[in-house]
Ligand binder design. Structure first.
Ligand SMILES: *Cc1c(COP(=O)(O)O)cnc(C)c1O
Length: 389
């Protein structure tokens, strides 16, 4: 056997090997997965924008006008007027001076962290930060320190001990933590950053389009406009399309256009995607219908799970984990739920710590109450049958 076959066998032996599920249609509340209709509790399509007629129309019109590809990186000839418009739309929506769109949220973290830090700097990162932040930090020449999840005393003790040894110190946190659904203690982080003269960097992938006024994000939720240096967002989750952005000062945009490597070495977002995203922000500005429905559904679903005796950890957002523990049990639960008509992905090591396996339910504005009721019933009966509850 090849070395990879051996490693794959290890996955199989520990019960965590899986095949990719195949969705045969658009991302909706009910999807046709592996040939069977199931309730979808696994997407990041929070507002239902991924298959929204207005976004699709905008994309089709832009494809007719601009074609399907941008043709080059932004710094050469791939920077179309529609990309410039999109940057401006995002800056306005976020109430920031400027914004710069990247190809994905992952590309933002991979490109921005290394661009804004040097070997004379220190990066301080929450231990539960997203994988793309971890990779982004690895690409930086700066020194690193990691603090216990949302532990402000731990963060302060690093700042106290190390601040003087470095030129810049950058504190990085998720806005909403993707595996637990809890919100970063941003007011405290901003206060510590001021006290120790550090910079702040918030990756709001799960907060943008979800938290704050009209989905303006975690910074807006806490009323911290102008006090976070780098705000990263994704256009692939609540916004429903693809892409990522950095919002902040005009200077940060100018610098990233020279040193943000994904902007220099990877082709710009497809123009159809840019047009669909612009339409999505227009819809968020027009009405809170979608964000209201999302939160209404999330509260309904979470209350119901708790009343059935499930442990949903410390979620404060539509991300709703059901804590299981053991890896193989978690995967078996997820597999059985799929058989019975609910798709909820099992999340296990290395995505979360060993022994912290969970299924992660993602509620959206698309779900009807009847679908949520049906999903909770199936989850409850399956949990009983597998002695999980
Ligand atoms: C999903 C996610 C990303 C990646 O965003 P994409 O646009 O899908 O690449 C980055 N950071 C966090 C915190 C995320 O949850």
């Amino acid at each position: 056997m090849s070395y990879l076959d051996l490693k794959i066998q290890e996955l199989k032996d520990s019960g965590v090997y899986r095949e990719l599920p195949i969705n045969e249609g658009p991302c909706e509340a009910v999807i046709r997965l592996n040939g069977k209709d199931v309730i979808n509790l696994s997407s990041n399509n929070y507002l239902g924008f991924a298959n929204h007629p207005r976004l699709k129309k905008a994309a089709i019109d832009a494809i007719e006008k601009y074609g399907v590809g941008a043709g080059a990186v932004r710094t050469i000839v791939g920077n179309m007027d529609i990309h410039e418009t999109l940057d401006q739309v995002i800056a306005n929506f976020k109430h920031e001076e400027a914004a710069t769109v990247f190809q994905s949220g992952f590309a933002c973290n991979a490109g921005v962290i290394q661009a804004i830090t040097s070997e004379k700097d220190l990066i301080i990162s929450d231990e539960l930060n997203h994988a793309s932040i971890i990779d982004g930090v690895r690409l930086s020449k700066a020194s690193r320190a990691v603090y216990k999840h949302s532990d402000m005393e731990a963060l302060e003790s690093i700042l106290k001990e190390k601040r003087d040894q470095f030129e810049q110190v950058l504190i990085i946190t998720d806005g909403v933590f993707s595996m637990d659904g809890d919100i970063a203690k941003l007011p405290e982080i901003v206060q510590l950053a001021k006290k120790y003269n550090a910079l702040t960097y918030v990756d709001d992938a799960h907060g943008s389009g979800v938290l704050g006024n009209s989905g303006r994000g975690t910074v807006d939720h806490f009323g911290l406009h102008g006090q976070v240096d780098f705000i990263i967002g994704t256009l692939s989750k609540a916004i429903g399309v693809v892409g990522g952005y950095v919002a902040g000062s005009k200077a940060s945009r100018a610098w990233l256009l020279h040193r943000g490597r994904p902007l220099l070495f990877s082709t710009a977002l497809m123009p159809g995607a840019a047009a669909a995203i612009i339409e999505a922000f227009k819809m968020l500005e027009e009405s809170t219908e979608y964000t209201d429905k999302l939160w209404d559904n999330a509260r309904y679903f979470k209350n119901k799970l708790v009343s059935y005796g499930f442990d949903i950890g410390h979620s404060e957002t539509p991300i709703t984990p059901i804590m299981i523990g053991e890896e193989s049990k978690t995967m078996a639960f997820s597999k059985e739920l799929l058989k019975r008509g609910v798709y909820v992905s099992g999340i296990v090591f290395p995505t979360v710590q060993k022994g912290m396996g969970r299924i992660r339910c993602m509620v959206s504005a698309l779900h009807t109450k009847a679908q949520l009721d049906q999903a909770v019933d199936i989850i409850y009966k399956t949990a009983k049958d597998l002695s999980i509850i």
